[in-house]
Ligand binder design. Sequence first.
Ligand code: UDP
Length: 434
Amino acid sequence: MLTPVARVQRVAMISVHTSPLAMLGRKDAGGLNVYVRELARQLECSRVMVDIFTRRYDDKTPEIVRISAGIRVISVDAGAPEPVSKDDLFCLLPEFASEVALFSLREGIRYDVVHSHYWLSGWVANLLKRYWNAPSVHMFHTLAHLKNLVSDDKNHESTLRVQIERRLLEVLDNIVAPNPDERAELIWTLGANNARICTIPPGIDLNRFQPRDRDEARLKLELPDNPLVLFVGRIDPIKGIDTLLKAFRDLQTKDWGDRPPKLVFIGGSMIEHSDGTMTPGADLMPVVEQARTMGIADNIIFRGAQPQDLLPDYYAAATVCAVTSLYESFGLVAVEAMACGLPVVATRVGGMKFTVEEDVSGLLVPSGDHQGIADALATVIADRPFRSTLQVGARQAAIRFSWHTVGSAVLNLYERLADGERDNLCCYGEIYAS
Ligand code: UDP
C-alpha cells in the first residue's frame, strides 16, 4: 500500500524586515522573530520543511543559513546589503519578491503554503502566492490602525501602511489574529471577511520557560537581594517605557526600609569597553537620561538585550514582571514570565487581556496609569501569600500556550488551505477560554 503524501511538505515563511538570526531585544527584533523561529521548529517536528526569506542587511551572512535539518534562512538581495529603516523598505519589495521567485526556480522547488509576517511581507506574499499557486496565511503582528490609536503624532504609522493592511485583508487567503479582540477589530473596523480569519495565539517554549531556583538565578546573574521588578522589551514607544519609569518612581516613594525595589531593565544595546565595563548604547541612552532626571537611575540595573536562553534565569530571579505596553498584539514576555512562575503586572491591552488572569496569574492596570501600576507592583511585592498564589496560577495559565497546541493549530490550517478549503477553517479562540 502506498503511504499518502503529506499535503504540506514545504512552507515559505516571509519575514522581509527582520531576520530570525537577528539579536533579540534590539530595535526591530522581538516577538515576530521568536514566533517565526519557533513555529518553524514545530513544523519541522511534523516533517514540514521551512524556508524563511528575509532581506539581506549585511554582506557577511551567507545566502543560505541552515538552522536545522529542515529549516533554512535565505537572505535575499533587495537594495544595498545594509540596514534600511522599515519605512523605506516598501520600494524594495518588488525586487525582493522576484529574487525569492528566482531562488525557487534555481532550486527547482515550489511551496505548498506561503506564510507572511508583518504588512511588508504580506505585500510580497500576494505576488508569490500567485507565482507558486499556493495558498497564503498572513499575520500582521501589529496593526497600524491599532498602533495609531495609542501613539502620539510623531510615532504615527503611514497612510500607505494603513491602506495596504486593508488591501491584504481582501487578497490573502487567511489571516491569523493573535487574540479574539484583534479578530473582532479586523472584522468590524477594517471590514475583513470573518470566514477568513482564525484566532491562533503564538506559543511558548514550556521547556525553556519553566520555574527555577530564585537564589541560584540571582547569584548567577549577580543581582542584589532586593525586590526586583523585571522589564524585558525592545526600546520602542509602544512598550510604554515612559509609564514604566514613572510607575517605578511612584513605587520608590513607598516605605521599603533599607531594601527598596530595583528595576532590572532588559532590552536595547550596551557597549562593551576595552576595560570590560559596559555603558548604554545610543538607543538606551534616552531611557537612562530620563531615569537620571527622575532621580531613579541608581535603582535601575540596565543589562541591555539578552540572549533568550538567559531570560529564564532573569524571570526566576525577579519578584514581579512589569509589562507596561500601550499596545501588544500578544505579549510573549508576559506569558514567558508566567511560564516561569513569575507574577505579571500588565496593562490591560491587546493579548494581555486574555493571557494575564486578574488575581490568578497577575494584575491588570489601565494603560498609562503609572500610579495604578506602582500600586499593583507594591501589592505583589509586599503581600507574600498573594504572590505565592500568583506564582502557581501563572505557570498554570501559561500552559495553554504550549507550542505543541499552537503548532498543531497552524499546521491544521495549512493542510485545510492546501486542500483547497478557504472559509471557516478554524477558530482556536478556545485556547484563550480553556
Ligand atoms: N527577547 C529576548 N531578549 C531580549 C528582549 C526580548 O530574547 O533582550 C525576546 C523575548 O523573550 C520575547 C520577544 O523577544 O520572546 C519579545 O516578544 P514580545 O511579544 O514581548 O514583544 P514584541 O517584540 O513582539 O513587541
